[in-house]
Design a protein around this ligand. Sequence first.
Ligand code: ZN
Length: 519
Amino acid sequence: MNHKTLGLVLASIALLVPALRAQSTEQPLDLARDKQVVADAAAAMGGRDRILAVKTLVVQGGGHDLNVGQSLRYDELGLQSDVWQIRDYKRTYDLANTRARFEVVRASQYPYYQGVGAERVVQGLDGDVAFNVAGNGNATRVFGGQAVGRRAEYLRHPLTLVRAALDPSAKLANGRTQGAERLVDITSGGVTLTLAINSSTRLPSRIIQMTDSPTMGDTAVEASFGEYSVVNGLQLPARITTRTDRWPSADVRILTQSVDADAGNLAAPANVRSAAPGAPPAPPMTTARKIAKGLWYVEGTTHKSLLAEFSDHMLLIEAPNDERVRAVLAKAKELRPNKPVTTLLVTHHHGDHTGGVRLAVANGITEIITHRSNVTYVNDVLSRPHTINPDDLAKKGNVKLPKITAVDDTGVLRDSTMTVNMYHIRDNSHADSMLMLYFPGGKILTQPDIYMPNDARNVIEGEPLGHAPWLQNLAGNITLRKLDVEYHAPIHGDYVTNKQFLDSLIFMTQFVPGGKATN
Ligand SMILES: [Zn+2]
């Protein structure tokens, strides 16, 4: 995991727009019903004309959000462990030109960051041109899912969505009543969102977006609006709470908001507007380094995998994403064409370590081994619907799901040719679901995310100790298990000697910017 990308986890749940639900067969009566939901919302908020006359909206506030995908454990409490403070939250909308600027400072409240390393994020939108603004003011255009996501973010507010829905180009569909709400699907500028209004007050209560996640499949991202008050003739919410599927993922309180204040110039800079998408990066070279008898360290991207050879099958360690699973399975076929890869070991439940689990299962994995706390998660990954973006497993239909073998404190995989010892990593604040692996054949230790040798991500701006506290934790776990480690084959970082680990542990040489390990 890369801490600098943590903040993007929620945003990066692939924002694929669901197939338009607007049906050409909708009857005039249905259309009238759809339009009525929007008309009622507009009336409750201050009236259609008032909404269409708004030039700008500026909202400011603060709160917190939660990285549900990078949690301590896959349970209610664990999923709320990775908390970030949101401050200097400012969203400026230029409704006349469909432009916006979203600014926020996010600071981790994560157990060992304790509020340092706050990062300012500035995002822009100008029509369908989305861009990010760096600390030095340089703007870079973003494309694809990020651009669609930005457009959805623009519409994720009652004022912008209702206004978009009033435009004749918007497609409305599926007006319906559910409980105490009336709902309608609104498609505007290629994005489909569902607006829910309170049946009594007629004010927008929720905006729901169906998104796709490689692990969790069809995932509703739902913003709820409360504490409405009148601002310049408009009813606007002062509290926005967000859920990602069934988990709370953000809570923002709006402290000040103004309508038709000077929003400044939100236009995309000319160089951003004219920027073209870059060529897709060349696929990484995948190499399999033999590090012991029957054991390969497969490199190519930031996430390494390992292949271990047993007498009649191969074990795949780590399935971070589809690209890696494809590359590593191809490498296995090259190395041992006659031994099927039937077993997958998952080191922990985080999305960047499990994004390829479904593809691995679609390609013949019959057993998944993981820590007991991940069993529910793996079951969910395998069984949740993936209808928005059907993957290989979804397309195959009736695939026999693999057996899931749970490891508690320790476990071992052994036959006449290979031994893999598995240990729960105790008391690490990154995740409570991690396994470390020891291969006695080569005195090699494998672990995820804790020790990332020679990896720049060990140096964290504003955090002088970098990952040092986790190294101390890993050293403690190695001592506890009485392991005779000579080499480290980590999921992130380089294959190194234990001497380098000890150097880093004692001197933290690699954590000093520009510093170097001594061997
Ligand atoms: Zn992780």
